[in-house]
Design a protein around this ligand. Structure first.
Ligand SMILES: *[C@@H]1O[C@H](CO)[C@@H](O)[C@H](O)[C@H]1NC(C)=O
Ligand SMILES: *[C@@H]1O[C@H](CO)[C@@H](O)[C@H](O)[C@H]1NC(C)=O
Ligand SMILES: *[C@@H]1O[C@H](CO)[C@@H](O)[C@H](O)[C@H]1NC(C)=O
Ligand SMILES: *[C@@H]1O[C@H](CO)[C@@H](O)[C@H](O)[C@H]1NC(C)=O
Ligand SMILES: *[C@@H]1O[C@H](CO)[C@@H](O)[C@H](O)[C@H]1NC(C)=O
Ligand SMILES: *[C@@H]1O[C@H](CO)[C@@H](O)[C@H](O)[C@H]1NC(C)=O
Ligand SMILES: *[C@@H]1O[C@H](CO)[C@@H](O)[C@H](O)[C@H]1NC(C)=O
Length: 622
């Protein structure tokens, strides 16, 4: 009996040893692979073995992109460490150690054997023999004219006006086979041996990044010799003027774009010309910023909208829209997409321009040039909640603020208003005056009520003549009103402050709470979050601070309260001032234009009048 148990134990240990000496390779690295290792090399990997490496005995998986494996080569009884990096479905890169012998084969683990792996060795690129082409968009998109250099074939640069790289997406289907190929048209340069005429069509095998280096691999569709079929390309995110190309089926010859065996010096080709078919309203013309993308410049004239943005220093990307057809508020525009590729069509839905802003919605881009398709309302993604997007004037002209008057306020928020000197750091100096009461002051009291002045600590006291004592302290913040409107039952205001280091343009939500109380909430940037309400004060709703304001105009201030909820932003704000024609004013205002001061005085008197009336009414009611 004891003997039997003993045998069983031995059998178990042997079995467990055999199990330890086995592993399964991941499916993504299985198959037939071509590489150039000073000669054409074919590597086959199946579930347990790799050509010339033996049987897999141990494997370590890092995030399913790096596999480190140990293979056992039976004939020599040695172990080899192979590290495989999965770059794309069609491309692997590998490095390996020499085959080492181990006294005890049981310790043939990744940790032990892979100590022999030199991490600085050249990576060998493996190209799938049965590759599946992928979409080229992430590798290369656009049309370029190019000049080329080949350090091994000729000296100098061959530039020909007809040499072209063309990688354009056919919109409609991303699985379309033409989206998985691109063409390079080479041209011969007179007197330069090694230059040639010919079109090379490449299938895209996928792309990957190593730091700022952007690699992509291709297969020449017309080439049957394996070593001539596969190539590797290199772009650098900082430099979009050059592309490096390998002249062998290897990527490790491309370390930098400058030192690549073949180098293409590229120049984007202009987009095709589209004849405009309609005209945008004249008052759209000018320079704007897009609040959805504040780093972009927007230029609009009667026929074009040109949006330029700067993804990196010294680089820019431009999208051009050309007016094609217009009905009601909708405008069908041709979009000339990146770098000379073919156009598609987008529908804009505009609100007539007002103040310093254009409100619009943009539909989904489609390939068809047909108003009823492109501009059908289903092209506008109808989320349950949506808001118009905004273009804001680059050099805005201030308008009368929808909230004006003199208010004290209390505030709450992530970024409250603070006492400061505009453009400085020291606290406001104030001569020794005794302040009975300090308040936070929000005033829109300049002559035309176009500028908001905020003073976080304002001395309320007046002298015996009723003149404000605090005539020395400057406001801590000054911002100009440049536009307002009402949407989704909320009133929005855009202000402009040249000195604001974070965002010159700020969006606010505002609301009248009472006869003389106003609530406002300031947003972090130039657009208001859908969730932002007048009470929002923190980043979760896109706001920085909420203020509650109460009017406190004193007789000397001559600063009438004014409120407009923005439901008709197209009205000329100046015409809001209703000029009552009291008989006794006739003589002084016979020329129909009263001066501003008399107008304000009139306002003040009117207000007193109305307040009295109100008090009278309440008394009657009670
Ligand atoms: C994969 O291996 C490469 C080269 O050894 C290394 O640079 C990279 O960080 C690894 N990635 C992961 C996810 O382990
Ligand atoms: C590449 O050029 C060839 C010949 O000019 C043409 O037949 C082919 O459609 C082009 N392929 C692409 C992807 O543009
Ligand atoms: C609008 O600008 C585009 C691009 O700068 C220009 O080609 C076009 O002629 C301009 N249209 C008008 C009406 O000025
Ligand atoms: C701009 O023009 C449109 C019509 O062309 C008009 O409805 C809108 O009120 C104008 N805006 C301004 C601020 O004049
Ligand atoms: C404004 O000042 C008055 C009088 O000093 C005070 O009663 C009121 O609470 C203040 N309102 C706000 C919103 O700070
Ligand atoms: C008002 O503020 C000033 C300084 O900003 C301070 O000296 C003064 O004591 C304050 N007055 C009251 C009543 O808080
Ligand atoms: C942000 O404000 C909302 C109400 O506006 C409040 O419910 C929430 O607790 C606040 N969050 C933080 C982190 O202060």
């Amino acid at each position: 009996m004891a003997k039997l148990i003993y045998v069983a134990i031995i059998a178990l240990t042997v079995a467990s040893k055999c199990l330890a000496l086995q592993c399964t390779t991941p499916t993504i690295i299985r198959g037939a692979w071509f590489s150039w290792e000073n000669k054409n090399t074919l590597t086959e990997i199946d579930a347990t073995t790799m050509t010339n490496r033996g049987t897999c005995v141990d494997i370590k998986d890092d995030y399913h992109v790096n596999y480190t494996m140990v293979f056992h080569r039976e004939q020599e009884n040695c172990f080899i460490c192979v590290k495989i990096l999965v770059r794309t479905v069609n491309i692997l890169e590998k490095m390996e150690s020499p085959c080492i012998s181990l006294p005890d084969p049981n310790v043939a683990t990744v940790d032990r054997v892979c100590q022999a792996l030199d991490p600085h060795q050249q990576l060998i690129t493996l190209f799938s023999e049965n590759y599946v082409p992928v979409n080229c968009r992430s590798s290369l998109e656009g049309v370029w004219n190019f000049a080329y250099q080949n350090r091994f074939k000729f000296t100098g640069e061959c530039r020909h006006p007809d040499a072209q790289i063309r990688s354009c997406q056919t919109a409609g289907s991303q699985f379309l086979i033409t989206n998985q190929k691109f063409n390079i048209t080479y041209k011969k340069c007179e007197g330069m041996l090694g230059t040639f005429d010919g079109v090379v069509e490449y299938s895209c095998l996928g792309d990957w990044f190593v730091g700022k280096n952007h690699y992509f691999a291709v297969a020449n569709t017309k080439e049957s010799r394996k070593d001539e079929k596969y190539r590797c390309f290199l772009k650098n995110r900082d430099d979009d003027l050059f592309i490096g190309v390998s002249i062998t089926a290897e990527c490790n010859t491309l370390k930098t774009v400058e030192k690549s065996p073949e180098r293409l010096h590229i120049r984007p080709v202009k987009s095709e010309i589209v004849e405009p078919g309609c005209r945008l309203p004249q008052n759209f013309s000018g320079e704007w910023i897009n609040t959805a993308n504040i780093d972009a410049d927007v230029f609009i004239n009667e026929t074009h909208i040109i949006e330029t943005h700067y993804p990196d220093e010294g680089r820019y990307r431009r999208t051009i829209y050309v007016c094609k057809e217009q009905k009601d508020t909708r405008v069908l525009m041709a979009r000339l997409t990146v770098d000379g590729c073919q156009k598609d069509y987008v529908c804009f839905d505009f609100v007539p321009q007002h103040h310093n802003l254009i409100r619009y919605r943009k539909g989904v881009a489609v390939i068809k040039d047909d108003f009823s398709t492109v501009c059908s309302w289903v092209q506008f993604q109808n989320k349950v909640k949506w808001r118009y997007d905004l273009f804001l004037k680059k050099n805005p002209v201030p308008i009368k603020c929808p909230v004006a008057g003199k208010f004290n306020f209390t505030q709450k928020g992530d970024v409250p208003f603070e006492t400061r000197i505009l453009g400085g750091v020291t606290l406001s100096p104030r001569p020794n005056v005794y302040c009975k009461e300090n308040i936070s002051d929000f005033s829109v009291c300049d002559e035309e009520q176009k500028e908001i002045a905020i003073d976080q600590n304002y001395c309320l006291s007046v002298d015996h003549r009723g003149k404000p004592l605090d005539i020395y302290s400057d406001p801590d913040y000054k911002m100009k009103c440049i536009g307002f409107w009402k949407e989704n039952l909320k009133s929005y205001l855009i202000t402009f402050d040249e000195l604001d280091p974070f965002s010159k343009y700020r969006c606010w939500v505002y609301q009248r709470a009472d006869l003389n109380r106003v609530l406002m909430s300031q947003a972090i940037g130039p657009f208001c979050d859908l969730k932002q309400t007048v009470n929002s004060y923190n980043y979760t709703e896109g706001a920085t601070v909420a203020v509650e304001m109460e009017e406190y105009e004193r007789e000397r201030d001559q600063c009438p309260m004014y409120f407009d909820d923005g439901s008709n932003p197209h009205l000329n704000p100046e015409s809001h001032i209703i000029q009552f024609d009291f008989g006794y004013f006739k003589s002084s205002s016979s020329s129909t234009t009263t001066t501003t001061t008399t107008r304000y005085q009139m306002h003040y008197h009117l207000k007193v009048l109305f307040t009295c009336l109100l008090i009278e009414l309440t008394r009657i009611c009670i």
